[in-house]
Write a protein that binds this ligand. Structure first.
Ligand SMILES: Nc1ncnc2c1ncn2[C@@H]1O[C@H](COP(=O)(O)OP(=O)(O)OP(=O)(O)O)[C@@H](O)[C@H]1O
Ligand SMILES: [Mg+2]
Length: 350
């Protein structure tokens, strides 16, 4: 593949469209897989929410049948308020288990059908057996039992709502990642290279997980932002990660994809390394040729690295492949200072 600046305008447009279609196809597959998980999770949570809410009604009737003293009403209100507390993230696992066990013992002792979920949720909110005992002082056992049953349902409902909110946020994240990648506008913009890598990791998430790849990030967060064209950088990482996922799928031992960013003179250096089978030395030049693929028909078109090479050239950078028997390593360099659009033939032809 020649210098993009030398391509004719019509030829370049066609190639660019083909590249975009290839990348969009990859995005669509990634998106379908990634959306499936939160969609299933929301459906399951909503079913459980229906059940949980249906169970609240009989408990409320039961509660309403008690002659409540002022003390007992205060107990109910304070108990309800504990569900509003922020989660206590500071408790370590040993302490957590201890507290859960003593809460379960307390609940059993008060004839409350003790559920590990309720105990876990109470511990999560920082409620201790001592606090519960203090709250319940002076209340009849029947009131305490019904109030705890009510709290148990309320806790479950809140947890399910949190799950729904998390899944919805995940869908939002995915839509955001697609929006930033599928952007049609190819104009220049200044981006944080890590953000574009992360959104590619999000969209290739399903494939990397299927390959059981462990992702290791070694980011130099102090790196300056860099000028790019539209979503080209996303396409760049997505194609490299797609190959890394394929390679990891064939790994015999360790399954790691390492993404490292660093400053290298006046350029950003981004390295994507995998522990797959690597690339035979005789092929390390050929892999960048358009339509060169070692993958089965229908699996690879051989366009990925051609796209990578062209995008890197468009940014006046370089890409190199090294393979030392311990997997493949792709090193991309992108100069921080991009020639201005007026003097940049490559960008004018886009
Ligand atoms: N990380 C890697 N590990 C091992 N081989 C690789 C790696 N990346 C690329 N290759 C080799 O380079 C070839 C060309 O890669 P390229 O991305 O251009 O095409 P492809 O992955 O085969 O197909 P496409 O990307 O169009 O789906 C691959 O078929 C594979 O042989
Ligand atoms: Mg590829």
């Amino acid at each position: 593949m020649g210098d993009p600046a030398l391509d004719t305008r019509a030829g370049e447009t066609q190639t660019t469209q083909r590249e975009r279609m290839a990348t969009l196809g990859m995005l669509a597959a990634g998106l379908a897989h990634e959306l499936n998980n939160p969609a299933i999770a929301i459906g399951r949570s909503v079913d459980l929410l229906r059940e949980g809410i249906a169970q609240v009604d009989p408990i409320l009737r039961q509660i309403a049948s008690h002659p409540w003293t002022d003390e007992e009403l205060r107990f109910l209100a304070r108990l309800g308020a504990t569900t509003e507390r922020a989660a206590d993230a500071g408790i370590d696992i040993v302490e957590r288990t201890d507290r859960e066990e003593s809460l379960i013992a307390w609940l059993d002792g008060h004839d409350v059908p003790s559920s590990p979920e309720l105990a876990a949720a109470l511990v999560e909110r920082g409620v201790t057996p001592d606090e519960l005992a203090a709250l319940a002082r002076g209340c009849s056992p029947a009131v305490v039992g019904d109030a705890m049953a009510w709290l148990s349902r309320l806790t479950l409902i809140r947890q399910l709502l949190d799950d729904v909110a998390r899944s919805a946020a995940r869908i939002g994240e995915l839509v955001h990642a697609v929006k930033s990648q599928a952007y049609a506008d190819a104009s220049r913009r200044i981006v944080d290279v890590h953000e574009s890598i992360e959104s590619s990791l999000t969209l290739m998430g399903y494939k990397l997980r299927e390959a059981k790849a462990k992702i290791v990030r070694e980011y130099d967060r102090k790196l300056p932002r860099v000028e790019t064209y539209g979503t080209e950088l996303h396409q760049l990482w997505t194609n490299l990660l797609d190959n890394a996922a394929d390679a990891i799928g064939q790994a015999k031992g360790e399954r790691t994809v390492r993404v490292r960013t660093a400053m290298d003179g006046d350029a950003l250096r981004i390295e994507i390394r995998d522990t797959g089978p690597g690339i035979p030395a005789a092929l390390t030049e050929r892999i960048f040729e358009p339509h060169f693929t070692t993958k089965a028909a229908g699996k690879g078109t051989g366009l990925g690295l051609d796209i990578v090479k062209r995008i890197v050239a468009h940014h006046h950078g370089s890409v190199a492949c090294e393979s030392d028997g311990a997997g493949a390593r792709f090193v991309v360099r992108i100069p921080l200072v991009q020639p201005s659009a007026a003097t940049d033939g490559a960008s004018q032809s886009r």
